[in-house]
Design a protein around this ligand. Structure first.
Ligand SMILES: Cc1cc2nc3c(=O)[nH]c(=O)nc-3n(C[C@H](O)[C@H](O)[C@H](O)COP(=O)(O)OP(=O)(O)OC[C@H]3O[C@@H](n4cnc5c(N)ncnc54)[C@H](O)[C@@H]3O)c2cc1C
Length: 398
């Protein structure tokens, strides 16, 4: 009988395991794979401010420092954005996850590897059915934390999944001729409808990937590498290493607690709506979850009535980010390629550019979205009044 069983040994589950174990709780981390950090599908870009806030010191897992981004519109020339300082790090995600797991284990958390959670039932205690090498067994716990990623079984089993909306992704590592301190973002319906494609420097290689709301992500990645006029020139698409597929959840599509259950990380949709980045937000929410879990276990009451405090804390810290980011994403979904190109060109005008560089924060997008929305009329004027009204109404939709 554990105090807390965490389903999922990704970064967020491992971090929660460490926080709970170091507070004296008996913690099990249940991971279906044989090795922490594998398989992995992630561009591995994390903001330096977010890591600082979390108290995580950059380690050997840092591959690159990023000082800027270059945005490629569907047509026309790219827009470069940089303040000259290091904004983010590109990390070796497997090594990063392993460091978090080692730290959890040092704090006393137990790791049950090759153990897939196949069912959960919540009564006086939580019963977690786990399959290990074809054998089923049951683990009892006072509380279960679902940290089992975007397709969370825990969320589905306890009825916390309200919508299955996901961004499907494919990513490869490859040899590329790109600037070592600049992330490249490619926009347009042809290659990445509803999201974007990226080329990120990662040590000796680059990570090239695609996120899409339509069709096969792998098919779109192959097309990007073969046909995109810039990517096909820069990235050697014939020598792809480490080809992976993954998914990014949408915020506000899942509840975060139920009787005896909490969700954290991707399982709870805790990602930045516009970029899908979930490492900083997931780890930050794991801290909020750990505080509420410790309190609930000390009081001996893990009912939804007590655990709701956790979702309140998440919404207090990131609710604005989720709401505003999702509105901006819905507006983005509606934009035609032509309008997207016009808007990116508008980012080049000196006052808009100054606002962007002043307000941009790698981990918190609400501030810059609000600042740009205030400039909305001048930004969207280039699109014409009819389209302005149409897009604004999408932005206002719940
Ligand atoms: C293509 C792509 C690029 C990304 N790039 C970035 C980026 O640059 N920066 C950023 O911040 N974020 C990025 N993300 C998002 C980031 O990867 C996630 O937010 C992060 O991994 C979430 O961590 P997690 O621990 O919540 O979930 P996960 O990392 O998904 O870990 C979940 C774990 O649970 C295990 N599991 C699942 N089901 C079960 C089960 N039934 N039983 C036992 N174990 C189970 C899995 O094996 C896995 O180890 C990207 C995502 C994708 C798909």
């Amino acid at each position: 009988m554990y105090d807390v069983a965490i389903v999922g040994g990704g970064p967020v589950g491992c971090f929660a395991g460490k926080l709970l174990a170091e507070r004296g709780l008996d913690v099990a981390v249940i991971e279906e794979h044989a090795e922490i950090g594998h398989p992995m599908c992630c561009a591995g870009v994390v903001g330096v401010g977010g890591l600082r806030e979390l108290g995580i010191r950059p380690g050997k897992w840092v591959l690159n420092e990023l000082r800027g981004a270059r945005l490629y519109p569907p047509s026309g020339s790219p827009v470069s954005l940089s303040r000259g300082r290091v904004e983010a790090l590109v990390i070796d995600r497997a090594a990063f996850d392993r460091e978090l797991a080692a730290s959890a284990a040092r704090s006393g958390a137990r790791f049950l590897m090759r153990s897939r959670c196949v069912d959960i039932s919540v009564g006086e205690q939580v019963k977690i059915k786990v399959e290990t090498e074809g054998r089923l067994r049951e683990i009892a716990s006072r509380l279960v934390i679902g940290a089992d990623g975007p397709n969370s079984l825990v969320a589905r089993k306890v009825g916390l999944l309200r919508s299955r909306q996901l961004i499907n992704c494919a990513q490869a590592e490859a040899i590329a001729d790109i600037h070592a301190e600049t992330a490249e973002v490619y926009l347009g319906r042809k290659y990445a409808p509803g999201f974007f494609a990226w080329v990120v420097p990662a040590g000796e290689l680059c990570r090239v990937g695609v996120g899409t709301v339509e069709g096969s992500a792998l098919g779109k990645l192959k097309k990007l590498l073969r046909e995109h006029p810039v990517v096909s020139e820069k990235v050697d698409g014939d020598k792809l290493l480490h080809l992976t597929a993954g998914a990014i959840p949408r915020p506000l599509t899942r509840g975060m607690y139920a009787d005896g259950v909490m969700l954290i990380g991707d399982a709870a949709g805790q990602v930045k709506p516009l970029t899908g980045g979930g490492i900083y937000i997931g780890l930050s929410c794991a801290k909020l979850a750990a505080d509420v879990a410790v309190e609930a276990l000390e009081e001996g009451d893990v009912s939804a009535k007590v655990l709701r405090k956790y979702e309140g804390a998440v919404r207090g810290k990131f609710g604005g980010e989720f709401e505003l980011g999702m509105r901006a994403w819905r507006l983005f979904l509606e934009l035609s390629d032509e309008d997207l190109s016009s808007l990116l060109r508008a980012l080049e005008t000196p006052d808009v550019r100054a606002t962007l560089l002043e307000q941009a924060d790698f981990d918190h997008h609400a501030k810059v979205i609000s600042a740009l929305a205030k400039r909305g009329p001048s930004l969207l004027r280039s699109l014409g009044l009819r389209r302005l009204v149409r897009y604004t109404s999408h932005m206002l939709k719940k």
